[in-house]
Ligand binder design. Structure first.
Ligand code: NAP
Length: 305
């Protein structure tokens, strides 16, 4: 922020980072590695210590993070979490000042982005919704695709920060446009996840060699990010999370709310949501999304091997 409260450009902005999970931790690390001053907050302190050991400052609340920062990024779970860290007690809004920029990079909904943006605007705080795609791998390798909604001049001021964490940085329009883009992305992600697991189930029902099956599927018209990255994990019986099943479940529920409000028929997404309801019933929410294979295996009474 400048003395007059305008957006500071040119020099290195001080960054605050709230939420150091599978995605947030590597993203904050890239900023540190590029020489940014980074102040972090996380409820679970193990990841805070790791970041502090790499040069970050620790703050005891999101509000304290905002005091130490020109730009505050949050990477938490869902809309209520974003509202908690930004708008509630000890949240960023408590120490809000004119010219502070808040960037929500978690996945929630366009409605949340519009509402948070207007509540922060009352205090002179700028807001971008900037969800990401590319998985935990994209976060670790700084190759995320970042889709951004908000004022164009605020986006331009933050572009160098996005470029540290991602490869494809796309301005999509006013507040909410980033989240709308992400919901569209999640429709495709959900269907590709199901396609990956169904293809492997059918192939393995013929006892095909799964390594060669994957080689064929990932090198022809069937290929997708999911087949390339999650297919081998399913075959290796590795259900640890890159992207947690509970998070895709939350995203599919948001997709369905939009479908209902806008009278869109999205039958594929509806089917995947039903399967993820079963994933949640099996208490697989903390597993990776590829765990939906386990539901298909249960229905087929056979394993992908
Ligand atoms: P995660 O590993 O579960 O991390 C979530 C982080 O948010 C944790 O640091 C957690 O803190 C923090 N958090 C959650 N609720 C909070 C609250 N109410 N107050 C304070 N901190 C809170 O999830 P993730 O995989 O990093 O995903 C983060 C977001 O990115 C989600 O919206 C997800 O949908 C999206 N996303 C994920 C991927 C992926 O592949 N993983 C890809 C694209 C987008 P604690 O550690 O203290 O619980």
């Amino acid at each position: 922020m400048t003395e007059s409260g305008g957006i500071r450009k040119g020099d290195k902005l001080r960054i605050g980072f709230i939420g150091l999970g599978l995605m947030g931790k590597p993203m904050a690390l890239h900023l540190l590695e590029k020489g940014y001053s980074v102040c972090v907050f996380n409820r679970n302190k193990a990841s805070v210590s790791e970041l502090v050991a790499r040069g970050a400052k620790a703050a005891e609340s999101p509000s304290r993070v905002a005091q130490e920062s020109d730009v505050v990024i949050d990477m938490v779970t869902d809309a209520p979490d974003v509202e908690q860290v930004l708008l509630q007690e000890d949240g960023v809004i408590e120490s809000a000042r004119k010219g502070l920029i808040v960037v929500d990079m978690s996945t929630n909904s366009p409605e949340t982005a519009i509402s948070v943006s207007s509540q922060l605007a009352e205090k002179g705080v700028e807001f971008l919704d900037a969800p990401v795609s590319g998985g935990d791998k994209g976060a670790r390798e700084a190759t995320l695709t970042i889709m951004v909604g908000g004022k164009k001049e605020v986006f331009d001021a933050c572009r160098p920060i996005f470029q540290v964490m991602g490869k494809e940085i796309v301005y999509m329009g006013l507040a909410g446009s980033g989240q709308a883009t992400k919901l569209s992305n999640q429709v495709a992600v959900a269907l590709h996840t199901l396609a990956t697991c169904e293809a492997l189930l059918l192939g393995s029902s013929y006892d095909l060699p799964t390594k060669d099956l994957l080689r064929v599927l990932t090198n022809g018209a069937a290929s997708s990010w999911n087949l390339i990255n999650l297919g081998p994990r399913v075959v290796a019986r590795d259900f640890e999370p890159g992207f947690k099943a509970a998070h895709l479940h939350k995203d599919l529920k948001s997709v369905m709310r939009v479908a209902e409000a806008k009278h869109l028929a999205l039958p594929g997404s509806a089917i995947v949501l039903q399967l993820f309801n079963a994933v949640m019933a099996e208490k697989y929410g903390e597993k990776g999304t590829q765990v939906v294979a386990r539901i298909l295996e249960k229905l087929a009474e056979r394993e992908i091997a």
